[in-house]
Design a protein around this ligand. Structure first.
Ligand code: ARG
Length: 459
């Protein structure tokens, strides 16, 4: 069915129709489209714009159409221009005149703006569920590995001691912020543009607040031009998804490094790794690599929507039909990444003895050695310099701070006594870092608890 019969004396060329069509993308919004139409028809009936009988006929047939599409007995016609055209056409084919009344005081412009919002609100929720799952896995690991000393890095050089639990909770923090961002974005998205109509509202006595309420949205878009033109919420959600992707990608990079032979900090479960077709010894972290790679797609999707929107005047322009492919791609990509990433992390083996070994070899207790001298009364800058000399001597002798004999320490400062070995013991180094947010096991356990409580309190 074509919606604009009347003005035209000729059918559109097939090329035009094919190029114009968005059904391949927007058919995934059939539920949202029907939900919006049901709310609109209800409002039209309540305000007397159409008769209550017509409203009832429309609503009950729309419900049937929805369940038939869902159970597969009604196939969406891929020749239709878009999902809105298809649903309205099918309704009219079935019920006649009442179907033709549904589009009173409505345009596909406000209709599509609503459908995307309804659809993405639900997607925000399902992505949030995945984030919750990931964070809860990380909180468990925070607890489990609160005492597992490892080296923290700067410049990918061993720097200071932390624990694996502390490391996992660092990522938990990022994903917690991602949840906040998504929730905030969802708040602005949960507005009804319905009633903006084509661009200039309508002369019919519609009740926009009622439709918003029926749809469970937080309110209306206050300006009809903006209501049909705004795609900020897509830009914003794409940005949120991009940040999630940055976090997943950084985490993936660590996983890839950590399961390399050079690090051997973790081993991925066989069920979440892959082999090589030629090298029998290989066990590859393909999931992590793909997650890292797919972040590029998600950033690309953000660039797409920014570029599509930047130069178009108010109100609706067909350019805006390009809004859906990119956001749906970003949504699907992030969901797929999280779905694979979570069990990969959950099932990996952490090689705590290797973490420990690497931590012992990296002079990561040098700051603690300097702090020891500070505790003996030296200014930090002097202590720093002395310790630097000791590290250089250790490197030359191919030994560590732990193994350097006291008499050697004595050559650098007379402040050293046996207590130095206590001070630079890695467990003690971590244990002493009790500053808020630091890696001391008592902190890490408390933080893991806090994160878990946060998630639990929401339930
Ligand atoms: N398929 C269109 C889209 O996704 C629906 C809105 C069409 N409106 C119009 N005036 N042609 O943007």
């Amino acid at each position: 069915m074509k919606l604009w019969t009347g003005r035209f004396s000729k059918e559109a060329d097939k090329i035009t129709n094919d190029f114009n069509s968005s059904i391949a993308t927007d058919s995934r919004m059939y539920r949202d489209d029907i939900e919006g139409s049901i709310a609109h028809a209800t409002m039209l009936g309540m305000t007397g714009i159409i008769s209550p009988e017509d409203a009832d006929i429309i609503i009950s047939e729309l419900k049937k159409i929805e369940s038939e599409i869902t159970d597969g007995s009604l196939k969406i016609d891929m020749e239709a221009e878009d999902i809105h055209t298809f649903v309205e056409g099918e309704l009219t084919r079935r019920v006649g005149d009442p179907g033709k009344r549904l589009h009173t005081a409505r345009s596909r412009n406000d209709q599509v703006a609503l459908d995307i919002r309804l659809n993405l609100v639900k997607e925000c929720e399902s992505i949030d569920e995945l984030l919750v799952k990931l964070i809860s896995v990380l909180a468990d690991m925070g607890e489990k590995y609160a005492y597992a000393v490892m080296s923290g890095y700067t410049h990918l050089q061993r720097a200071q001691p932390v624990t694996f639990g502390h490391y996992m909770l660092a990522y938990a923090e990022m994903f917690l912020r991602d949840r906040e961002r998504l929730a905030d974005c969802k708040k602005r998205m949960s507005r009804s543009p319905l009633g903006s109509c084509a661009l200039a509202g309508t002369t019919y006595p519609i009740d926009r607040e009622k439709t918003a309420e029926l749809l469970g949205l937080d309110g209306i878009c206050h300006n009809s031009l903006d209501g049909v033109s705004d795609r900020d919420f897509i830009i914003e959600m794409s940005a949120c998804l991009s940040v999630i992707s940055v976090h997943l990608s950084r985490f993936s990079e660590e996983i890839i490094l950590w399961c390399s032979h050079e690090f051997k900090y973790i081993e991925l479960d066989d069920a979440f790794s892959t082999g090589s077709s030629i090298m029998p010894q290989k066990k590859n972290p393909d999931i992590a690599e793909l997650v890292r790679g797919k972040s590029g797609r998600v950033f690309g999707d953000l660039m797409t929507i920014l570029t599509v929107m930047k130069g178009i005047p108010l109100a609706y322009n067909k350019d805006m039909q390009e809004d859906k492919d990119c956001i749906f791609d970003a949504v699907d990509t992030v969901k797929a990444c999280l779905t694979a990433f979570i069990p990969m992390i959950e099932t990996m083996t952490v090689k705590t003895e290797n973490l420990r070994k690497a931590a012992a070899g990296g002079f990561i207790n040098a700051t603690d050695c300097a702090d020891y001298l500070v505790s003996k009364g030296l200014p930090f800058r002097d202590a720093y310099k002395i310790t630097g000399g000791i590290v250089a001597a250790c490197i030359e002798k191919n030994t560590t701070l732990e193994e350097l004999p006291l008499e050697e320490y004595g050559k650098f400062s007379d402040k050293f006594d046996d207590g130095i070995y206590e001070a630079i013991n890695l467990d003690n180094c971590v244990k002493g870092r009790t500053s808020l947010g630091g890696p001391a096991p008592e902190n890490v356990l408390r933080e893991a608890e806090r994160v878990k409580k946060l998630l639990n309190d929401e339930r």
